[in-house]
Design a protein around this ligand. Structure first.
Ligand code: AMP
Length: 279
């Protein structure tokens, strides 16, 4: 595996690969890699000639400075995992390579998706996500971009970014959420949970499953409220539990449209998110 820290070196290498006709798959991450990340990398390896993973903890998408400061960094272990998975290229840039002095900050017109759910609780988050994804795509120029359904709203935002920037590539492919044996969605932030909170954390997914099981027979608002109360009783601070239309994440209480239930809640300062398709 080649490791690049400089944008220019990465671009030069990938340019040569493209000239020999190689199809590039790209998996952007913030590191502290787990099997969820690796499932995307394995998929990219099986569907492309060359797979690029980036590890970059993007400061511009953190609305909470403490979350940024404490974001887990396990770079040596990450490199080992990428080597054993068979990743071809790791891009591991410092902030100054992603945002050089001549970097122009843009505003992305994301529409209503920007300010609901995650956007309401993390102001500016999705602008930061777009900023880094836009820049990384400019550097990597992949044919296929892999994201995880775990970050459901982020996938929608990136789809919108691709439309906005008028790129014909990359194609976006979304991988399913990998979970621990007890149902907790794998996440780098799980590393920060205390042992006691790690025991409590699966309650988030259990709430989503209960909503799914009861949605045909109970009003959505009642299920949302009950789930919120159950999570609060278990010690979470709940940002939202919301049953939404899959197409645009707007409420659709009586519609027959496909729906997804999304939740975000904090355990002693560690914020967890999850979602589940409910029909
Ligand atoms: P992150 O490092 O958290 O920014 O995640 C990098 C990519 O991995 C994103 O596209 C995430 O949606 C995806 N991802 C994170 N957790 C999981 C998971 N448990 N299963 C599958 N993909 C995931």
């Amino acid at each position: 595996m080649l490791i690049f820290k400089q944008a220019h070196d990465l671009q030069q290498h990938l340019q040569l690969q493209r000239q020999t006709g190689k199809q590039i798959g790209f998996v952007p991450t913030m590191g502290a890699l787990h099997q969820g990340h690796l499932s995307l990398i394995r998929r990219s390896i099986s569907e492309n000639d060359l797979t690029v993973c980036s590890i970059f903890v993007n400061p511009t998408q953190f609305n909470n400075p403490s979350d940024y400061r404490h974001y887990p960094i396990t770079i040596e272990r990450d490199i080992e995992l990428l080597l054993t998975t068979g990743c071809d290229v790791l891009f591991l840039p410092p902030v100054s390579e992603v945002y050089p002095p001549n970097h122009q900050k843009k505003h992305y017109d994301l529409g209503p998706i920007e300010t609901i759910l995650e956007g309401a609780f993390r102001p500016g988050h999705f602008q930061g996500v777009c900023e880094v994804v836009d820049r990384l795509l400019q550097l990597v120029e992949p044919q296929i971009l892999y994201l995880g359904q775990k970050d459901f709203q982020q996938c929608m935002v990136v789809r919108r970014l691709l439309e906005l920037t008028g790129r014909t590539l990359p194609e976006l492919r979304i991988g399913e959420t990998l979970r621990e044996r007890d149902g907790l969605a794998m996440s780098s932030r799980n590393l920060r949970l205390s042992p006691a909170d790690r025991q409590k954390a699966p309650a988030l997914f259990q709430c989503l499953q209960r909503i799914k099981a009861n949605l045909a027979t109970h009003p959505a608002a009642e299920l949302e409220q009950r789930a919120q109360a159950e999570l609060e009783a278990a010690g979470f601070i709940v940002d939202y539990v919301a049953i939404r239309r899959t197409s645009d994440l707007q409420p659709a209480p009586n519609g027959k449209d496909p729906k997804v239930v999304l939740a975000a809640a904090t355990l002693n300062g560690i914020r967890l998110i999850d979602n589940l398709a409910v029909n």
